[in-house]
Design a protein around this ligand. Structure first.
Ligand SMILES: [Zn+2]
Length: 410
């Protein structure tokens, strides 16, 4: 088996698939806007959105090409093995060398396209609030997180594989699942690192949000406003916390642009996710995903020839991560992603129904419209892309479903 050729072909196929999706996205900007969302953009804004969408697409196409070219050059030159060769032949030192090098390469590529995205395109259309300093700090933080996570992950894989050989798959999946749970547990703390949170002031909004959560037996630990406007003008809301104790986080942009009822409607939607246990369900699906990943990782680390084909003397657990990310996982992800986003769209409709049940149907429609306007969303995305990768249904379909639910439930 010519492993080298196989990997290079897979990397190219995966990039080709991504390019195809970007091209479909590019063309879909010309789709006619459905009637029920025609009022979102006026003619001038719509023209601006089209330019914005085209520039974003072009950048994505360039970013995909750069990432493909860099990956190919590094693989063709056996660059990872050359970097590893500079360090002592200890498996952990070797994996750290390769992963730090990889994280550095990815951060540099990501920073280049991220710079154009944030500081040029988003800036031009008035969404960006990041300063160069925030941007650089974000890149450094991204690099540290990526390097650290991949090193921890692959060190665990290396230790288990060394100790248990082939028997390690299930244990590896379990350990990784434990880590993802831990990260989702720590996420509220991690996301705090770059942002400021202030308690929401007393008033109608605070009372209504509290009433909404407590009417379903939740306890509100805190309602906080995040200073997202430091980075972007786009808006969002979410709630965190395990068990009955919840912390609500609202972007300050949301409060600036929406009425109390609209924010409550967005929240009633989030509550719908909570009541239907969508997050734990998604974690179960993640576990399935991780099992697939563990099997692939096992396939990659039990085949030294895969590593030797790229200049290593034997298995390098850092390089295994790259093989996984750019070939093995990349190959199955379109399929698992499609299944998971199909479920996610179903859960979105169900959460919208919850908002209608709470009496916030009409406010949800106007809130979603404002969110779409604030986020400069695509109003008529390609049906193919929706099926392949949209985690949320297109706005016009959501509104149609909410209107139907209002008639049924009210
Ligand atoms: Zn949702």
């Amino acid at each position: 088996m010519d492993w080298r050729l196989l990997i290079l072909v897979i990397v190219t196929l995966v990039s080709g698939y991504q390019l195809l999706l970007h091209a479909v996205q590019y063309r879909s900007a010309n789709n006619p806007t459905p009637d029920n969302v025609k009022d979102i953009y006026d003619a001038e804004t719509y023209a601006r959105w089209k330019n914005y969408s085209a520039e974003k697409c072009r950048l994505q196409i360039i970013a995909t090409l750069i990432s493909w070219a860099v990956t190919m050059v590094l693989l063709l030159c056996n660059a990872h093995a050359a970097v590893a060769g500079l360090f002592p032949q200890n498996i952990y030192v070797q994996l750290i060398a390769v992963l730090v090098f990889q994280a550095l390469v990815e951060t540099l590529c990501g920073a280049a396209t991220g710079y154009v995205d944030t500081m040029i395109i988003e800036q031009k259309y008035g969404f960006n609030r990041s300063t160069i300093k925030t941007f650089v700090m974000d890149q450094i933080r991204g690099f540290l997180i990526e390097a650290l996570l991949s090193i921890v992950l692959m060190s665990i894989l290396a230790a288990l594989h060394q100790a248990m050989g082939d028997g390690m798959i299930l244990l590896f999946a379990a350990v990784v699942f434990g880590i993802t749970l831990l990260i989702s547990f720590l996420y509220p703390i991690i996301s705090r690192m770059g942002n400021k949170f202030t308690p929401l002031e007393e008033g109608e909004l605070r009372d209504k949000l509290t009433a909404l959560l407590t009417s379903h037996g939740y306890k509100v630990k805190a309602i906080e406003v995040m200073d997202a406007s430091r980075r972007t003008t786009k808006s969002n809301a979410y709630f965190t916390g395990f068990g009955a104790m919840k912390t609500i986080v609202l972007y300050d942009n949301l409060i600036a642009s929406m009425t109390a009822d609209e924010i409550c409607a967005i929240f009633a939607h989030e509550l719908g996710h909570g009541l239907h246990k969508d997050v734990p369900k998604q974690q179960v699906m993640n576990l399935g995903n991780l099992l697939i990943m563990a099997v692939l990782a096992w396939l990659v680390v039990r085949e030294p020839a895969l590593h030797q084909a790229f200049g290593f003397a034997g298995v390098n657990y850092g390089f295994a991560f790259i093989l996984l990310g750019s070939a093995a996982l990349a190959l199955v992800q379109p399929l698992t992603g499609m299944l998971m986003s199909a479920y996610s769209r179903f859960a979105e409709y169900r959460a919208d129904r919850q908002a209608v049940k709470e009496g916030y149907g009409p406010a949800l429609i106007s809130g979603l419209k404002k969110l779409s306007r604030d986020n400069f969303s695509h109003l008529a995305p390609s049906k193919l892309l929706v099926v392949l990768e949209y985690s949320h249904p297109p706005l016009s379909q959501r509104i149609a479903a909410v209107e139907k639910a209002i008639k049924e439930l009210m």
